[in-house]
Design a protein around this ligand. Structure first.
Ligand code: CMC
Length: 435
């Protein structure tokens, strides 16, 4: 018998099956042959929240959660953060290799020349309520781009796809910045093509009356590093949303909007905003032990802690801590850092967190840097969405090019009624109490 197989004996029928094992997985469809009789549908797996299911083969991002390793296309995240720019990393994620000097120059030029938003998109954004959450504005506006570029529907043409990918990467900072300017009541600032990706974003956020915006180079580099760290993270909730919605062949704007909506939740990208709220609530270092006690008693979660995959220190959190020091040399130290460090120190010594392997994740320190740079907490998840757009698009392309992928359509375990007799209105009993 081949060694790379799994032998299953079905005790209901006493039949034995040999299933091939490849890359440490068996194919769920191989279980379908395991039946009690011809009428039986066949065995399925039940895996709420995809705790142990690989939904695709991928060669984009590798994570070893036990060893705290994150690599894009084979390159360790720490190395990319030190030596690359965000657009270089975007190229790597999308095309599989680091660009040559010439390729990078062309790529940066192409992205830079797509940063303008159509005036109708600007008007669309002007219609949001004055206190609209910038993340909700971003999700809706990305979806609205679908109305501006109807040709994006032709997702089977690789050249057309690449065109939309460039547009999305270029326009997402413009949308993010306009969302911010709208929320503070300032006029929108148009992109400046002389500036780098991060500098131009800062220009669109913070330019006031000066003729030309000049970004602080340390802050621009810090933002670029943060973009690198957030660019992709394999099959997380929003990447899965991107692949799932994209598998129906919806256009890339609508698909990206769906992924961004998934990112907005507090258990995913929305956690960075929640961390800041939590630090505000704690107020000072002295209150940390009492706060941790409350968490251990089951009152809420320590935001920015824990991860489905990392059962070790999140390697991105290490780079962020290092970046924070550089930023604070310019902006002054964010006093919340002391609360965060104390929270981390106590949590990492505590049995509750040790037993559950709960470590700080990327969101734990990012908000403290963002706040020191002048961002309000409502913008934090938007800042996450900008670089993650690249990861979503890389995942989307890989999914579309994968011959094995079809429309994503899970099964269910039916727990409802068998067929019921229709009950006429006059004979129904009230169920409001049960509800
Ligand atoms: N604080 C306190 N307890 C926690 C935390 C936390 N942050 N995270 C997990 N636990 C506990 C959880 O209660 C459970 O305990 P028990 O076994 O006694 O029931 C155990 O640890 C396992 O947790 P889980 O909820 O089964 O783990 P999960 O893989 O389903 O959830 C997570 C992962 C990230 C949603 C979760 O750790 C969490 O809610 N963390 C806080 C939110 C957060 O920081 N999210 C950002 C994630 S990283 C960036 C991103 O994805 O965008």
């Amino acid at each position: 018998m081949a060694q790379d197989t799994l032998t299953i004996t079905d005790n209901r029928t006493k039949q034995t099956y040999n299933l091939p094992i490849e890359h440490g997985t068996i194919r769920a469809m191989d279980l379908r042959q395991i039946k009690t009789g011809p009428e039986d549908f066949g065995l399925m797996t039940y895996d709420p929240a995809f705790m142990n299911t690989a939904s695709c083969r991928s060669s984009i991002t590798f994570i070893d959660g036990d060893r705290g390793i994150l690599r894009y296309r084979g390159y360790p995240i720490e190395v990319l953060a030190e030596h690359s720019t965000f657009l270089e990393v975007a190229y790597l994620l999308l095309f599989g290799d680091l660009p040559t000097e010439h390729e990078l120059k062309d790529w940066v030029g192409e992205i830079t020349h797509h940063t303008m938003l159509h005036e109708t998109t600007k008007k669309f954004m002007e219609g949001f309520r004055y206190n609209a959450h910038p993340m909700a504005m971003l999700v809706s506006t990305v979806a609205a781009l679908s109305t501006v570029y109807p040709e994006a529907k032709d997702i089977h043409d690789p050249a057309n796809r690449l065109h939309q990918i460039k547009r999305l990467i270029a326009k997402i900072p413009s949308i993010a910045a306009f969302a911010y300017r709208h929320s503070v009541g300032f006029p929108y600032v148009y992109p400046d093509n002389d500036l780098s990706y991060a500098e131009n974003f800062m220009n669109m956020l913070w330019k006031m009356v000066e003729p030309k915006y000049v970004a602080n180079p340390v802050l621009a580099r810090a933002l670029d590093i943060l973009f690198i760290l957030h660019a992709d993270h394999e099959q997380n909730c929003s990447a899965n949303a991107m692949r799932c919605v994209g598998s129906s062949h919806a256009d890339p704007y609508l698909t990206t909007a769906a992924a961004a909506a998934a990112l907005s939740g507090p258990l995913h990208g929305g956690a960075n905003e929640e961390v800041l709220k939590m630090l505000d609530e704690i107020g000072s270092k002295e209150n940390v032990p009492a706060y941790i006690k409350k968490i251990k008693e089951g009152h809420g979660k320590l935001m920015g802690f824990g991860h489905r995959v990392y059962k070790n220190y999140d390697p991105r959190a290490k780079v962020i801590k290092w970046t924070a020091e550089r930023v604070f040399e310019v902006t002054g130290r964010n006093p919340k850092l002391d609360i965060a460090l104390e929270l981390e120190r106590i949590a990492l010594e505590d049995d509750y967190f040790i037993k559950r392997k709960l470590y700080p994740n990327v969101d734990f320190y990012s908000g403290i840097i963002y706040q020191a740079m002048g961002f309000r907490p409502e913008m934090f998840t938007v800042l996450f969405a900008i670089p993650r757009t690249v990861g979503w698009l890389a995942q989307w392309q890989e999914m579309l090019n994968d011959q094995e992928q079809k429309i994503a359509r899970p099964r269910q375990v039916w727990t409802g009624y068998e067929v019921r007799q229709f009950v006429p209105m006059g004979k129904r009993s009230p169920i409001a109490a049960a509800r």
